[in-house]
Design a protein around this ligand. Structure first.
Ligand code: URP
Ligand code: ZN
Ligand code: ZN
Length: 463
């Protein structure tokens, strides 16, 4: 006995068709105008879209950062993701100084194995890029099934690497079929500005944004692109926030370079004025790069539509206001950076993108799922509704409303930066490899049932 999803409109990155979907075991075995009921279980999708489960390419679960640990672990974080229609994540395994990349990956398996309710893969967030670590990269790709490495151009005296290191990493990773991701902000400039602000007694959260100007992101993005060009390597720029960085990526793509940009919901619907909220509430919005002037949002939307930005991640990195963000009560530079975004990533893109006519349904699917699967070596097992692909499927109700709130969200954190925002269009039923894990607000998933996904090699022609 299989499962038939009956009467919905199947949307992929390229097609829209009225079709039934037949699932047997963990995979899709037919997408057809009509699949006979036979003795199959029937799921009615009339009036709904049938889309591939979301793939969030940028999450930080149970990760030590900023003097504390992110509030969501692999059970709560992946449960919230499932409620939001995401059935796979690519999380950052944090490598620390003196350690090997392999041990960071082993540690991350330990965090995820018996808690994940959805499937997952890893990037490594490299804490200390040195000769020994660089030489490990080819083995990590071959033996560990991890093929993407995040390198920092910011966080001076901590995670930041110099240009030599970035250049050598790009060359080596490319030779190994791996993709380098950059956190592109000029850490040297930011360090000077932060010290000056603090010396002048500017300690409030808004100074986080004022000491990390968009030009510092634009400069680092353009520099990383040039280094990748010389290294003949593909490059993925995480969390793009502003015109300066987005234009640098567009320019590279016009020149035919394999440069891919990602943005996140917070940069589309929140802006600099959130730092002017009274009291310490502004700390909720402290993330890096920071929220920008609203004018940048139009630029990001245009590039999401045109394909100049390729991916849409959450950058989920949750901290409680109480006891965690409060570490920076008297010094903005001590506020842990990051916000809870995993649950509403897809709903926000759908509501503000599809409903408001900024992107098509196909583009919505490409940005939330297909492109991310292709970029991180998971396609075609993940990222589409097609014969042979895993039956990770979301039945999306375009007429259901939700008001976002920390009172009702499923993340383990006391704040939500999208508090009070209304979205129209939500995941009604979510299937992971053929099993219903969320249906009409009820959760049916099992901690530990999420599987680790080995990433295939990632080429310059990923997209
Ligand atoms: O503020 C952020 N983005 N926190 C998470 C770490 C990172 O740089 O992605
Ligand atoms: Zn980053
Ligand atoms: Zn991040």
């Amino acid at each position: 006995m299989g499962t038939v999803i009956r009467g919905g409109t199947v949307i992929t990155a390229s097609d829209i068709q009225r079709a039934d979907v037949l699932i047997e075991g963990e995979v899709v075995v037919a997408v057809a105008k009509h699949v006979p009921a036979a003795d199959h279980k029937l799921i009615d999708a009339t009036g709904c879209y049938v889309i591939p489960g979301g793939i969030d390419p940028h999450t930080h679960l149970d990760m030590p950062f900023g003097g504390t640990v992110t509030a969501d672990d692999w059970r709560t974080g992946t449960t919230a993701a499932a409620y939001g229609g995401t059935t796979s994540i690519v999380d950052f395994a944090l490598h620390t100084k003196g350690d090997t990349l392999a041990s960071a990956i082993m540690e991350w398996h330990g965090k995820a194995d018996d808690k994940a309710v959805i499937d997952y893969s890893f990037h490594v967030m490299v804490g200390d890029m040195n000769e020994q670590v660089m030489n490990e990269i080819p083995h990590i790709v071959e033996d560990e099934g991890v093929a993407s490495f995040k390198v920092f151009m910011a966080y001076k005296n901590n995670l930041q690497v110099d240009d030599e290191t970035l250049f050598r990493t790009l060359r080596l990773a490319s030779d190994s079929g791996a993709l380098v991701q950059v956190h592109a902000e000029n850490g040297d400039v930011i360090d000077v500005l932060v010290k000056e602000a603090l010396a002048q007694g500017h300690v409030e959260p808004k100074y986080h944004a004022l000491t990390r100007p968009p030009e510092a992101e634009g400069e680092a993005t353009a520099r990383a692109i040039r280094l990748a060009e010389i290294a003949r390597a593909p490059l993925y720029v995480v969390h793009v926030t502003c015109a300066e960085a987005a234009e640098a990526i567009s320019d590279a793509r016009r020149r035919g370079l394999p440069v891919f940009g990602e943005t996140c919901p917070q940069y589309l619907v929140c802006d600099y004025t959130d730092y002017e909220r009274p009291g310490f509430e502004a700390a909720k919005y402290v993330m890096s790069p920071p929220l920008r002037d609203k004018s940048n949002q139009t630029v990001l939307w245009n590039k999401l539509r045109s394909g100049e930005l390729s991916a849409f991640g959450s950058d989920q990195c949750s901290f409680n206001l109480k006891g965690q963000k409060e570490l920076g009560l008297r010094d903005f530079s001590k506020i842990p950076n990051g916000s809870p975004t995993i649950e509403h990533r897809m709903m926000l893109l759908y509501h503000h993108g599809v409903n408001e006519g900024r992107i098509s349904l196909n583009r919505f699917v490409a940005l939330t799922s297909t492109n991310n699967a292709k970029l991180f070596g998971l396609f075609p097992r993940k990222g589409t509704v097609a014969v042979g692909s895993d039956a990770d499927i979301v039945i999306w109700d375009p007429n259901q409303e939700l008001t976002i709130s920390a009172e009702t969200h499923h993340m383990n954190v006391d704040n939500n930066i999208f508090e009070g925002m209304k979205v129209n269009g939500v995941p009604r039923t979510v299937l992971l490899r053929g099993e219903v894990i969320v249906d009409k607000g009820e959760f049916y998933g099992t901690p530990g049932s999420g599987k680790f996904l080995r990433a295939g090699k990632i080429g310059r022609n990923a997209l």
